[in-house]
Design a protein. Structure first.
Length: 231
């Protein structure tokens, strides 16, 4: 890990006295836009399938993590922490969420998983042990996600607790992502023609679904709680 240590030192030197003035002026908030940009560029690189581009963009995202960790080491968020602390925290989390791999003999047998679906059956339970203060399955979902990604995430949660029916037959027939893409474009085009904002519309509809989910969690015996996509 010598190269990683060297990169951490480079980031620290750039922010130190005598280093780069721009780097020294940054804080966690000012770096958010760059983290977003680098993340989207990494996604583009992955979808392109280019080894060179993925290598480069992974480096850019890694540097953002190092940058934020170096800032935090100075106590910018309260008690200082550094990249080693981040790595330690993450390792504990991964081991906790994979008892079928790292657990005791009893846990390995209890949470035995042959497929990804087997793992996901217990995933929420593992997460809940880490954050017992959370009262809703929605807690922790970043509301700033793009509307489409947010809707997909929230609907997945709704299906898990049984408030949303998961039909084997789609409400709108489609056979491929190509069909889906064309349908989404048609919806956006229709919204534009009507002077409507599709991003805001989907975000508002997703907010309403979240309200229904939280109400269901408070009163799961309410028979009116289960909804369908056409509702």
């Amino acid at each position: 890990m010598e190269k990683l240590k060297s990169l951490i030192q480079t980031a620290h030197q750039l922010r130190a006295p005598g280093g780069c003035p721009w780097d020294a002026e940054q804080d966690h908030r000012s770096l958010v836009q760059y983290l977003l940009e680098e993340t989207y560029e990494l996604i583009d690189a992955i979808e392109s399938g280019s080894r060179a581009e993925v290598l480069e963009e992974l480096g850019d995202v890694l540097y953002q993590v190092i940058f934020h960790s170096d800032l935090a080491s100075e106590g910018t968020l309260g008690e200082p922490f550094d990249l080693e602390d981040v790595a330690e925290y993450m390792e504990k989390k991964m081991r906790s969420r994979h008892p079928h791999v790292f657990g005791s003999d009893q846990e390995i047998a209890r949470f035995k998983a042959e497929t990804g679906d087997d793992v996901m059956q217990h995933w929420e339970g593992h997460k809940k042990k880490e954050k017992p203060d959370r009262t809703s399955i929605l807690d922790g979902i970043p509301q700033a996600m793009p509307a489409l990604a947010l809707a997909n995430k929230v609907m997945n949660k709704a299906e898990k607790i049984g408030i949303l029916e998961k039909s084997e037959h789609p409400a709108i027939p489609m056979e491929s992502e190509d069909d889906l893409g064309k349908l989404l474009l048609a919806i956006v085009a229709s919204a534009r023609s009507a002077g409507l904002d599709p991003e805001r519309a989907l975000r508002e509809a997703t907010k309403e679904l979240q309200v229904e989910i939280r109400a269901f969690e408070l009163n799961p015996d309410n028979d009116a709680g289960v909804i369908g996509l056409a509702d």
